[in-house]
Design a protein. Structure first.
Length: 177
């Protein structure tokens, strides 16, 4: 069975590296953020990446030692609602007074790109998943990374153009259009 999991082990090694880099990036973004919303979102993402790393490491060690997928990773949850939902709650709380910092907008661009690549990495691997637990794990990772990606895109729009963000979120139309 060890050879059967070779591809999964390689995927997990790459995933560990990606999640470690993500955690470090979000730590730096949180520390340099100039507003409370940015600090909170980057901190949440940093913690999520840490959970992802622990989850992946648990699976990696299980496959390497026992050569079998187990349910153990399911006990490692991010412990909050979808990040995008969390962001929307925080954005509503902070109102329209938030000012965008160019460094923060740049960090958001890097984060958006990173989350897109991470989400795509898991999506591309999904058809290769053989074990039902492996497939469930990869699907969960795709969903969580998609949530990160969406939250960062929303946050960028909110910080760059709050009026456009509110219009988008409220789905308001233009009178007479």
């Amino acid at each position: 069975m060890a050879t059967q999991n070779t591809e999964a082990l390689e995927m997990l090694k790459t995933a560990l590296s990606m999640e470690e880099k993500g955690e470090e990036f979000y730590r730096k973004a949180m520390e340099s953020s100039k507003n409370e919303l940015g600090k909170k979102i980057f901190e949440t993402l940093m913690k999520d990446e840490k959970v992802h790393y622990g989850r992946i490491l648990k699976i990696y060690n299980s496959l390497k030692d026992e050569s079998a997928w187990s349910n153990d990773w399911k006990s490692m949850d991010v412990g909050h609602k979808d990040v995008n939902h969390l962001f929307r709650e925080m954005a509503a709380e902070h109102g329209r007074t938030l000012e965008a910092d160019p460094g923060e907008l740049e960090a958001l661009d890097v984060g958006i790109d990173f989350e897109y690549k991470t989400m795509k990495f898991y999506q591309d691997y999904l058809p290769k998943a053989k074990d039902p637990l492996e497939k469930e794990f990869v699907e969960k990772m795709v969903a969580e990374e998609r949530g990160h990606y969406t939250a960062l895109k929303d946050m960028k729009l909110f910080m760059a153009d709050p009026a456009a963000w509110y219009q988008e979120m409220e789905r308001s139309g233009l009178d007479g259009a």
